[in-house]
Design a protein around this ligand. Structure first.
Ligand code: NAD
Length: 476
């Protein structure tokens, strides 16, 4: 069985205990993972603290030198993309087509933040005192605890590690216990890139032990968290003791609005990819289709045909379009929620069951929820299930889109750009995609509001989030 190690203070270690990681495509263990507990986590945080505030090289490096290390890391990620993609696919079930494509832009994120490192500028303030000079310095916020879920781990870690290092912080990254392999392997590239010991530490383990030890550690200044709302509440409560700041990237129940004048083929492709990519395990999954009533039946026919044509199979094959869910727990959650929705009166358009055989597969599913109060409209599946409702007026469409405590992503398909402009201002969501869905770029911030959290990742804003301003007064 494949063995992985965690990375603490520049050394690879086995962890206080070990646990087995399961291949979701077969349901069988395939690798042994280190389980970090409070002792490992404490050493990792201390190492990050020493690297930042001790006499080591990191604290003395210029921003340009930090940027050069990040460029080297980006090159190593690109050069090792296939190996990383293979491990991510094995460990999480995410299809190889997606993991290999995503790792290419993970490298782009590191490159973007490499270039940004020496552009995080301070300021001189022209205050009204002739004998006083006042400067602002942007300093690293401190030791960062970065916590990620299993889906897109390398990406979700990159959008924390990149800006935090550009800002001069040090980190302890906690990989998810469900499929930590890709991040633990990535640690080898951090080491090879030449970051000084303690600057980036990568551990893994379970939420209540490893996660809690990390987020409640008194030397952690900032917690960058991606995951579920319940975990976020727990972390925020725990962070109150040390008053660490938090940045939260949580779930979603994102609406896709399709108007009768839309290019239906393009809207259908966006909807299919929007909900079934990553087997629906995506925070921005377009899980609520809000479609104009006059085209609903026709649009559902197109979607249903496309959903049934999706190739489900081994995630390691390039032709596979939908792989397994990451865990058995995740599949049970989806089965329960689909069952409750059907009990509430939702109509099954397609899917709604698991194929025969091993692994945690679930068929792409569409539920027609018109005229019923279906739990599938409110609760996040984090799986391949689309819920559909229809509308007659633009106002109705907007009300349906905003009828959620989440506020992460949204999509609008219409040829009427005046309408699109009206809606993009009124939709409560951190991202609005018009006549497209799921586009991302290192330059564009990403994040939500409400139950989707308050963080912004990507762009300059994210890097500034890892800094604090120091005001310096000098009598001249
Ligand atoms: P989760 O909240 O259960 O776990 C996420 C991480 O938090 C894991 O590493 C876990 O070990 C850790 N954790 C759990 N309990 C903890 C605790 N008490 N203290 C500290 N850490 C703890 O989430 P999940 O089920 O693994 O992931 C799915 C969720 O993540 C979904 O809601 C999804 O929408 C969300 N997500 C959001 C984004 C985004 O960018 N907004 C991206 C991907 C996923």
């Amino acid at each position: 069985m494949r063995q992985f190690q965690c990375y603490i203070d520049g050394r690879f270690e086995d962890g206080e205990a070990r646990f087995e990681s399961v291949d979701p495509a077969t349901g069988a263990p395939w690798a042994q993972m280190p389980e970090s507990r409070a002792g490992d986590v404490g050493r990792a945080v201390n190492a990050a603290h020493d690297a930042l505030y001790g006499n080591g090289p990191w604290a003395r490096m210029t921003a340009t030198q930090r940027g050069k290390l990040l460029y080297r890391l980006a090159d190593l990620v690109a050069a090792n993309a296939l190996r990383l993609a293979d491990i991510e696919t094995r460990d999480t079930g995410k299809i190889i087509r997606e993991t290999s494509a995503q790792i290419a832009y993970v490298a782009d994120y590191y490159r973007y933040y490499a270039g940004l490192a020496d552009k995080i500028e301070g300021a001189y303030l022209p205050i009204d005192k002739p004998d006083m000079d006042v400067w602002l310095r942007r300093e690293p916020v401190g030791v960062v605890a970065a916590i990620v879920p299993w889906n897109s781990q390398l990406f979700l870690a990159a959008v924390k590690i990149g800006p935090a290092l550009a800002a001069g912080c040090t980190l302890v990254v906690k990989a998810s216990e469900d499929g930590p392999g890709p991040l633990l392997e990535f640690a080898r590239l951090v080491d090879e890139a030449g970051f000084p010991a303690g600057v980036v530490n990568i551990v893994t383990g379970f939420g209540p032990t490893c996660g809690t030890a990390l987020t409640t550690h008194p030397k952690v200044a900032h917690i960058a968290f991606t995951g579920g709302a319940d975990t976020a509440r727990h972390i925020v409560r725990g962070s109150a003791e040390n008053l660490a700041s938090t940045s939260l990237e949580l779930g979603g129940k994102s609406p896709l609005l399709v108007f009768a004048d839309a290019d239906l083929d393009s809207a259908a492709n966006a909807q299919i990819a929007g909900i079934f990519a990553a087997t629906g395990q995506s925070c921005v999954a377009a899980s609520r289709l809000i479609v104009e009533r006059s085209i609903k039946d026709r649009f559902l026919e197109i979607l249903s045909a496309k959903a049934q044509a999706i190739r489900i199979g081994s995630p390691l094959l390039m032709e596979t379009e939908v792989g397994p869910l990451a865990t058995e727990r995740q599949r049970r959650h989806i089965e329960t929620l689909v069952g409750a929705s059907l009990d509430a009166g939702a109509r099954l358009v397609t899917g709604g069951s698991a194929p025969e055989g091993p692994g945690y597969f679930y068929r792409p599913t569409i539920l027609d929820c018109d005229d019923v109060h279906s739990p599938s409209m409110d609760r996040e599946f984090f799986g391949p299930v689309l819920s559909v409702v229809s509308f007659e007026t633009e106002a109705e469409a907007l009300a349906l889109a905003n009828d959620t405590p989440y506020g992460l992503a949204s999509g609008i398909f219409t040829q009427n750009l005046t309408r699109a402009h009206r809606l993009m201002k009124s939709i409560r969501a951190g991202i609005v995609w018009v006549n497209t869905y799921r586009a991302v770029s290192p330059i564009a911030p990403f994040g939500g509001s409400g139950l989707s959290g308050d963080g912004r990742e990507g762009g300059i804003e994210a890097a500034l989030g890892y800094t604090r301003t120091k005001t310096i007064w000098l009598r001249t």
